[in-house]
Ligand binder design. Structure first.
Ligand code: PLP
Length: 416
């Protein structure tokens, strides 16, 4: 970190104003970022930070990537938004870019991860009604400790009670089963009962939990046997985060529906639901009826131009290979860190550049101390220090962050 310039403290003034004027949105740390470049951010005092969070798995190309900056500026100068009352070229190109790179035949665009999941759940319910003619097949099965968003439906299928408290009644019926437990999934998916099984290929907010090998393939088989739509929430694992474009590609299985957001726009808000031709029948439009699902902003020209640029840049810069190589380095370093601090750490886990150091106590104080030393990390699942750096990060950036985390853990050990 550099030292703060003398004079007034604009950062403190801004935070004081925020405390008066804003509702809470996450637990905000006392810092205001005003500029970013590559893997670094600068706060309003001019202090520099190494970003190992990337806006929670969003800024995969890093900050102010020249290609993305240029595309956004050019698109803004041409046209920002025209409405889904009309087609727009960027949306069509973004849909084709996702279809060309995935199992999917069709794409719907919203503005966030929650909206993408909301669309997937609406598709599943309506598929049971209008395609199967089984309106009683309305159960959504999801997993304990999952995170799918903060809207009513997505909160209802999020397997963490703390996010649901005080909001009832929620969407019903929903059944939550342990993540990674195929037998429990099979039991919940009795034939004719469930319209969808919704699951993250790696539980991210739940603590970077990788399921046992074969779990996703097993779910595919059970869903096929019971006529249930399989939905993979790739909002955090998608668009390269795990070293493949989509997290499920590690398991060699495909879902009926996949949801994307976060990294897709590289920082410009966008959500997408991609699905097979068959699953798309769930949201089919009948001439003369209301369109079953739609959005004012979803897939607007700016967001979709950004998405196309992100996908093209991942290809052009070989970021999947880089993510795998740098991710393996990070995994080794985290294993070493866990071994070096056995009193404070119980292990390390994850894939690609989505990894966590599992602590024996809450991770928040450790994340706070790392920030004070100029490294941005985040908490997942309460006790996990999450690394989700931009995919452009190099091993020396990882080493720098690990050295700071190591120093923080050593200092804490010394204080005991
Ligand atoms: N799904 C997963 C797996 C997520 O990690 C998140 C956000 O962290 C969401 C959905 C919700 O996304 P958003 O905050 O864009 O609504």
């Amino acid at each position: 970190m550099t030292t703060s310039p003398p004079g007034g403290d604009r950062q403190q003034d801004l935070i004081a104003l925020a405390e008066k004027k804003m509702l809470r949105n996450y637990r905000q740390q006392p810092v205001v970022f005003t500029r970013g470049e590559g893997v670094h951010l600068w706060d309003a005092r001019g202090d520099r930070y190494l970003d190992m969070t990337a806006g929670i798995s969003v800024c995969s190309l890093g900050h102010s990537h020249p290609a993305l900056t240029r595309v956004i500026a050019e698109q803004a100068a041409r046209v920002l938004h025209t409405s889904n009352l009309y087609y727009n070229e960027q949306q069509i190109r973004a849909a084709a870019a996702i279809v060309d790179r995935s199992f999917a035949d069709r794409v719907y665009f919203g503005n966030s991860g929650a909206e993408a999941n909301e669309a997937a759940l609406k598709l599943a319910r309506r598929y049971a009604h209008v395609v199967r003619g089984e309106p009683e097949r309305n159960l959504v099965v999801a997993t304990l400790d999952s995170f799918h968003g903060r809207t009513f439906a997505t909160m209802s299928v999020t397997g963490q009670e703390k996010y649901r408290t005080g909001f009832g009644p929620l969407l019903e019926p929903v059944q939550l089963v342990p993540f990674g437990d195929l037998a429990a999934a099979e039991k919940a998916l009795a034939p004719g009962k469930a319209c969808a099984f919704l699951v993250e290929p790696i539980q991210a907010e739940g603590g970077i939990v990788v399921p046992p090998p074969g779990y996703l393939a097993g779910l595919r088989e059970v869903c096929d046997r019971t006529g249930t739509l399989l939905i993979f929430d790739e909002v955090q694992t998608g668009v390269g985060r795990t070293g493949k474009l989509f997290g499920h590609q590690w398991e060699g299985v495909t879902p009926d529906v996949m949801t994307l957001a976060k990294a897709l726009g590289g920082g410009v808000p966008i959500g997408a639901m991609a699905c097979t031709e068959e699953a798309a029948r769930g949201l089919n439009y009948v001439e003369g009826d209301a369109v079953p699902h739609a959005s004012t902003f979803g897939g607007n020209a700016l967001a979709c131009a950004a998405a196309v640029c992100v996908l093209d840049t991942i290809d052009a810069e070989g970021l999947l290979d880089r993510c795998q190589a740098v991710g393996e380095h990070l995994g080794r370093k985290l294993d070493e860190l866990a071994a070096a601090h056995p009193d404070q750490c119980t292990g390390a886990r994850g894939r690609g550049l989505l990894r966590g150091l599992v602590l024996a106590s809450p991770a928040a104080p450790v994340v706070t101390e790392c920030r004070a030393r100029g490294v941005l990390l985040s908490v997942a699942g309460g006790r996990v220090v999450r690394f989700a750096p931009p995919l452009i990060a190099r091993t020396e950036h990882i080493d720098e962050a690990i050295a700071v985390l190591d120093a923080v853990l050593r200092e804490r050990a010394g204080r005991k």
